[in-house]
Design a protein around this ligand. Sequence first.
Ligand code: ADP
Ligand code: AIR
Ligand code: ASP
Length: 291
Amino acid sequence: MRKTGNGMSRRKKIYEGKAKIIYEGTEPGTVIQYFKDDATAFNAQKKAVIAGKGVLNNRISAHLMTKLEAMGIPTHFIRSINMREQLVRKVEIVPLEVVVRNIAAGSLCKRLGLPEGAVLGRPLVEYYFKNDALGDPMVSEEHIFTFGWADPYELDEMVSMAWRVNDYLTGMFSGIGLKLVDFKLEFGRLWGEHGELYIVLADEISPDNCRLWDATTGEKLDKDRFRFDLGDLVEGYQYIAQKLGLVPEGGIMKGGTVDEALAQDLSQIENELARERRLRDLKKGGKPRKN
Ligand code: ADP
Ligand code: AIR
Ligand code: ASP
């Protein structure tokens, strides 16, 4: 395949969303997620391009998906391709956004008049219908079953995975001085060799869809910096990546742009973990994963 100037192969674009482009994958049953620098908020009413955001989200999401997979949560993630792209299993996206909240913020405060920062008595799981034209309205289990967006088995799987993701990520972020306030997950359907259905974690987990606050200062480090014009969005994302040990102390930005050589180098590390996972499958005597 011919390469374009920015290292991307020419291939079929399947979909372009607000933050990512989906390309046809290099193997059957796969797609490539390309992380753009575009930032949008409030259903794309607010837009900007923020250098470095895509690279950092690609890196952070690849890392978190790999960790979750190692914890036994099935994900779409296969491997990192380069600093902006990752290969994932192609899934049929369940048209729901599953939001888990530990601390009141954002639309929950607006809807119920709660003070921002109130710690919830227990994690709260909410569902939103994934539909940009309608502004992703909040829906109940009854809506989900009535309109057939997911069946009770699928919803059960999604909710139990969402709780496990919350347990794991809350602990992990707390260990590096960050508070996981809330996050949004998307899930997809995958069918096995015998037609069996698997629900897997899809899309991305990054500061674009998690609220993360510094545990000591309370500083917001996520997309709220963009939503509410707090500035320094990429610095917040980079700080999270540094805390996770994904980028060096000095960061990956050089004079407002990404240090491409460094970012490219770092993007290969996650592949080592994917290789480890394949080796584990082989050791267990199971069928090795193709990817
Ligand atoms: P949006 O569509 O909300 O603007 P993005 O810009 O992030 O969001 O676009 C990525 C799109 O790809 C989303 O609609 C998401 O549901 C979808 N997607 C995520 N993971 C997969 C996958 N593994 N297979 C197919 N589609 C996916
Ligand atoms: N989210 C929801 N829709 C899109 C996104 N990114 C995420 C937010 C926040 C959580 O879901 O980033 O972490 C709850 O969002 P809100 O706006 O409902 O308070
Ligand atoms: N992701 C949505 C948007 O881009 C909502 C948000 O993040 O505020 O508009």
